[in-house]
Design a protein. Structure first.
Length: 193
């Protein structure tokens, strides 16, 4: 057997009390040679095992196929549709295939590649529509005399505290609710005026 074309599994559950066994058993039945797993939230925590898994995957070289990343379900891999599409697209450029068991998606097949291209097209169209609506809203607001962005913060208290020399920057931040960056920006603007 050559050293390429292995199935590498990735399993994830969101909370410590959830069980990885169902996913791991499905990945073993799928024939995964190695499985990376972790118990982390897909949104808030770093997914170190996913990073290790992606580093472990070997690309296609010459006539030898690349590895295949296998997950139980799509939502185990990507936080958003766009992130998932970008990840699979990056894998495809390296000659690494992707398979989702429960969703019956396999990029080693013509249908699987087609499905992902359609998903990518919809994600791109959605991003373009959001951008167009945002620009139209900003144009409309400007026509009514409104400016976009947050209103400027009142930095007067923070400046007074700073000028007194009695407080540290973290103390000023806590007392005034103004960040260090905002304070320094206001002080620079005062200098330049």
């Amino acid at each position: 057997m050559n050293n390429f074309g292995y199935k590498i599994g990735y399993a994830r559950v969101s909370t410590r009390d959830q069980n990885l066994e169902t996913q791991i058993e499905a990945l073993k039945r799928e024939g995964c040679d190695k499985i990376f797993s972790e118990k982390v939230s897909g949104r808030k925590e770093e997914r170190t095992e996913l990073d290790k898994c992606l580093e472990y995957l070997r690309p296609a070289v010459g006539d030898y196929p690349g590895d295949t990343l296998v997950v139980y379900k799509l939502d185990r891999l990507g936080r958003t549709t766009k992130q998932l599409i970008n990840l699979v697209d990056d894998l495809e450029k390296k000659g690494i295939n992707f398979k989702s068991i429960d969703n019956n998606i396999d990029t080693t097949t013509t249908q699987g590649r087609f499905f992902f291209r359609i998903m990518a097209a919809f994600a791109e169209m959605e991003a373009d529509l959001i951008r167009e609506r945002t620009m139209a809203g900003l144009t409309s607001a400007r026509a009514r005399g409104r400016k976009g962005g947050r209103p400027p913060k009142d930095t007067s208290m923070a400046i007074k505290l700073y000028k007194s020399g009695e407080y540290t920057i973290p103390q000023i931040e806590r007392m005034s609710g103004i960040s260090k960056t905002t304070l320094y920006k206001a002080l620079n603007e005062m200098k330049n005026n």
